[in-house]
Design a protein around this ligand. Structure first.
Ligand code: DAH
Length: 318
């Protein structure tokens, strides 16, 4: 490349020189022109040779396809002509579609956030051990790849609070990619997906939340489900609950086999207050749960690590 650039510079110089022909006495012009043209021709030939050499060296196509898996030999090549959505993305679309049908707006989460949205805005007291419950990464500059989609709650509440003045509810879901400093195993990944839900109105109750969640899970798994809650703890909800569903028989579950699907609760008054919403006048509930887990149950997958593996054999099954 450098060669070609230098040659082109040289050509420019020659062209500049050629312009001087006008200042020469007429009888010298023919000779000068011949010499300059020969020089120009020589450089032009070199340029086309260099360009051809560059093209020839690029004939071997660059193989940018991913290696499919840890226990497989490297393949000769993979066809690159057909792509498809990653199963997590197509399932996330399904999740979002269900909530949209129920009247929720959709806002996308960030993949890099800050201390305020990760902790302070969610009523985590400074230096409180609850902060350690989230195994967060931090960049050298102090930014935080979010450990949950709840980092978006404060933004959603602020952006939608005018709904309340108009007598409307805030009803928003937030799908997003989240990151945790986990020891990775079959049920734990450092990178996964969550979907957050936020609902605020004058009169809403925990009962409404359980209704929405039941509706969502029954739509997603396309069948009636038994549900259950148990007490949980999150600084940003009061009371806090864990929401469980009975593992459907059709998906290999036995009676009484309950799976925890998400965390939820009534939004803590401090969280509403920080977003400029009067907790005396309005109430809200929120929830957040993993998409990976949801999809694993639907397809009977036993290892969450498949999703981030880039294993084409796995991906082609969808
Ligand atoms: N962010 C919590 C987690 O990842 C889950 C959660 C709990 C979200 C309660 C909520 C909530 O919105 O109200 O563990």
């Amino acid at each position: 490349m450098l060669d070609i650039d230098n040659l082109k510079q040289e050509l420019k110089k020659i062209n500049g020189e050629a312009a001087k022909i006008r200042d020469l006495p007429v009888e010298q012009r023919a000779d000068f022109g011949k010499k300059i043209n020969a020089k120009r021709q020589e450089v032009l030939t070199k340029i086309s040779e260099a360009e051809k050499a560059l093209l020839d060296s690029a004939v071997e196509p660059l193989d940018i396809t991913a290696w499919s898996g840890i226990n497989e030999p490297l393949p000769e090549f993979y066809p690159t002509d057909m792509g498809s959505l990653h199963p997590l993305m197509s399932e996330l679309d399904r999740v979002v579609d269900i909530y949209q049908m129920m009247g929720f707006d959709v806002v996308e989460a960030r993949q890099l956030d800050d201390e305020f949205h990760m902790f302070d805005s969610l009523n985590f007291v400074k230096e409180h051990p609850a902060r350690d419950g989230y195994d967060t990464f931090r960049t050298e500059e102090g930014f935080i790849p979010p450990a949950h989609t709840s980092t978006m709650q404060h933004r959603v509440l602020k952006a939608y609070r005018d709904n309340l003045k108009k007598g409307q509810a805030i009803a928003v879901v937030v799908p997003g990619r989240v990151f945790r400093n986990e020891d990775v195993d079959a049920t734990h990944e450092h990178t996964f997906y969550q979907c957050e839900g936020v609902y605020v109105s004058k009169t809403c109750s925990l009962g409404n939340m359980l209704g929405i969640l039941r509706e969502f899970f029954e739509k997603y798994y396309e069948q009636k489900l038994e549900i259950r809650t148990q007490p949980g703890y999150f600084p940003f909800t009061e009371p806090s609950l864990e929401f469980l569903i009975e593992k459907p028989k059709s998906l290999g579950g036995k009676k009484g086999d309950y799976l925890e699907m998400l965390g939820c609760g009534m939004i803590h008054p401090n969280v509403l207050k920080m977003a400029g919403i009067d907790p005396e006048e309005y109430h809200g509930f929120a929830w957040g749960g993993g998409i990976d887990r949801l999809v694993m149950l639907r397809y009977g997958l036993d290892d969450v690590r498949h999703f981030e593996s880039g294993n084409l054999k796995f991906l082609r099954e969808f």
